[in-house]
Write a protein that binds this ligand. Structure first.
Ligand code: ADP
Ligand code: X2W
Length: 293
């Protein structure tokens, strides 16, 4: 009996949050690292189905870097990354499209449906919602480094995404875009998620990764920083506390805050129900980032 009462208490604690987030859009970025772990992914998708069922409007933007690496390897191609971005020639682009906009995108939508939710995969074959242009990276000596078919998002088809949300479907968006002449572009998934959250005026943007959040010591999970301002985050990058794969993620978070999204979270997709804990409990999990007052 006590156990049943505790379960009811949990539902009551969630009630206020469910009301608060009803009809609000949350963008969830699924990283390739978490999608490699079948069981974790299933639980993340179950949480998304829960959110959709209680009237929240989740939108999924996904990457798939690890799966692309594997497919390139199988095709005898060697991945080349420059400052965390994949150099994308014609052959690589074909693989990125097959894996990211094909297999992974369709797979996520299918799994959500299998779990009892409703999802729509938005890709080049169904409906494309991301538009962009090619980008280069600044080199050491001020030169521009060419990345091939790599781009950034300059426009998001907001109406398509919103209509799906309000029809109770979860839009599933791969990190690829079309340029002005219909050319396909490979986009870093953290930055694609930022563009989508900003275009939709999302209430929250959540990055699901395979670490518990931003840490003072990257090897020590207990050194997690639960709450960070933009000013503190910049300082962590400058001092090298945040490095490697966490740099583009924190930079994407900062850009998102600059564009008016109120809060950004980095949470651990391996922790069961981390998404629900983040949204529907008082304590929250992971690292929350917001603008300094
Ligand atoms: N201060 C830090 N706190 C946490 N992780 C960090 C930090 N600095 C660097 N990292 C590294 O960043 C990685 C997360 O980035 P990444 O692997 O690109 O994630 P994803 O695949 O989910 O996009 C962690 O696995 C960790 O090794
Ligand atoms: C330009 C660029 O680097 N694109 C990424 C897109 C996928 C991605 O970002 O996946 P994760 O979220 O798993 O890192 C790539 O080709 O790997």
């Amino acid at each position: 009996m006590e156990e049943a009462i505790q379960k009811a208490d949990v539902l009551i604690e969630a009630l206020g949050w469910i009301r608060r987030f009803r009809d609000k859009i949350t963008v969830i970025k699924l990283g390739g690292s978490i999608m490699e772990q079948e069981n974790s992914l299933r639980h993340v998708l179950l949480d998304i189905v829960f959110m959709e069922t209680v009237g929240m409007r989740p939108v999924v933007v996904h990457g798939g870097g690890a799966a692309i690496d594997r497919a390139m390897d199988a095709a005898g191609l060697v991945p080349k990354k420059i400052k965390g971005r994949r150099y994308t020639d014609d052959d690589t682009l074909r693989i990125v499209e097959e894996v990211l906009a094909g297999e992974i995108n369709e797979g996520i939508a299918r799994q959500i449906e299998e779990l009892g939710g409703r999802a729509m995969n938005l890709n080049f074959k169904t409906t494309n919602v991301l538009f962009g242009e090619r980008m280069t990276l600044p080199g050491e000596n001020g030169e521009q480094i060419d990345l091939g078919h790599v781009g950034k998002v300059t426009r998001v088809d907001r109406n398509v995404i919103e209509n799906l949300c309000y029809a109770g479907q979860v839009p599933i968006i791969p990190s690829m875009a079309l340029d002005a002449s219909g050319g396909k572009l490979n986009v870093n998934a953290d930055t694609a998620a930022t563009a989508v959250a900003q275009a939709l005026g999302a209430e929250k943007l959540i990055y699901m990764s395979d670490v518990n959040g931003v840490r003072r010591d990257k090897t020590d999970p207990t050194s997690i920083i639960h709450s960070l301002t933009d000013v503190e985050a910049r300082e962590l990058i400058r001092t090298g506390v945040v490095d490697a794969g966490m740099i583009p993620k924190v930079e994407a978070c900062l850009e998102t805050l600059d564009r008016g999204v109120r809060k950004v979270h980095i949470i651990d997709g391996r922790l069961r129900h981390s998404l629900l804990l983040e949204i529907y409990t008082t304590s929250g999990v992971g690292t929350e980032m917001m603008k300094a007052q």
